[in-house]
Design a protein around this ligand. Structure first.
Ligand SMILES: [Zn+2]
Length: 270
């Protein structure tokens, strides 16, 4: 899989936001969890693996357990900070859920954001830190074909125009949505990594791009967050602890809230 480092581009996005904020148009700070949102949003939180699929194995705990605990805590925090929002979990217990079902939960509920949580592992036990992945560009064309063939109703959902599914117009429309979602995915990924950089004991390894299947099957901004390396002894202890899981959940909740707040702020400016 190809990986691209988006640090430069995403830093520009963050700078743009900081500049806009510093003009006095909003009192929101980048890490303020008490941001008041105007809109109502649906967020799908996806705890990676589950049931027979354990994910990466640590010495103290399993990846599937960390993913679920952080998902449940993040959902709880978001329900407090976004009382009008809808927070959907692809699983709330130790059960196997197919990638297709996870994507369906997001697509059928017309989610505004899809966040998949995972833990990483490496043969080099000194590697640590968080990473946020967005959809690989090399899959965009393929994703368009999936959207056209497997979700024929998609075109009718995104616009009231009656378009032939194989027409150039429909292709352009879908391409536009794909690009928009990729850009928005980059924005939420950048919020996550900027916050992890400050609060994650292993630091941030940045925003990257890869061909994760679950990201290709959702039709909204999506990010896959690797919460840390379960193969690093200290990081595993932190990932498996309640304190560590709560810190991760707080980071995610702040990032998600700020992502929507920035969206509202930019919309008001236009
Ligand atoms: Zn995983």
């Amino acid at each position: 899989m190809e990986n691209y480092d988006f640090r430069r581009t995403s830093t520009l996005v963050l700078y743009l936001f900081i500049i806009l904020i510093s003009t006095g148009a909003s009192s929101m700070s980048n890490n303020d969890p008490k941001v008041q949102l105007i809109g109502t949003y649906t967020v799908v939180l996806d705890a990676g693996h589950g049931g027979k699929d354990q994910g990466a194995r640590g010495k103290i705990c399993l990846e599937k357990e960390v993913n679920l605990s952080v998902c449940l805590l993040t959902a709880q925090l978001l329900r407090e900070s976004m009382p009008n929002g809808q927070i959907i979990l692809t699983r709330d217990q130790d059960q196997f859920v197919s990638l297709q079902k996870r994507a369906q939960a997001a697509n059928q509920n017309k989610a505004n954001l899809f966040i998949s949580l995972h833990c990483n592992a490496h043969t080099d036990k000194t590697v640590r830190g968080s990473e946020s992945y967005i959809m690989g560009l090399h899959k965009t064309e393929e994703n368009l074909q999936v959207a056209k063939t497997e979700n024929a109703s998609f075109l009718h959902e995104v616009d009231s125009f009656e378009l032939e599914h194989d027409s150039p117009e429909s292709h352009i429309l879908l391409a536009h949505y794909q690009e928009q979602n990729l850009w928005e995915g980059l924005r939420i990924a950048d919020f996550c990594e900027s916050t992890f950089k400050l609060h994650h004991p292993g630091g941030s390894r940045g925003v990257k791009q890869a061909g994760f299947l679950v990201l290709h099957q959702v039709y909204m901004p999506a990010v896959l967050v690797e919460l840390g390396y379960i193969s690093h002894p200290d990081e595993e202890a932190w990932l498996c602890s309640f304190d560590g899981q709560l810190e991760l959940a707080q980071t995610l909740a702040i990032s998600i809230t700020n992502y929507f707040a920035q969206q509202e702020f930019l919309a008001r400016r236009n």
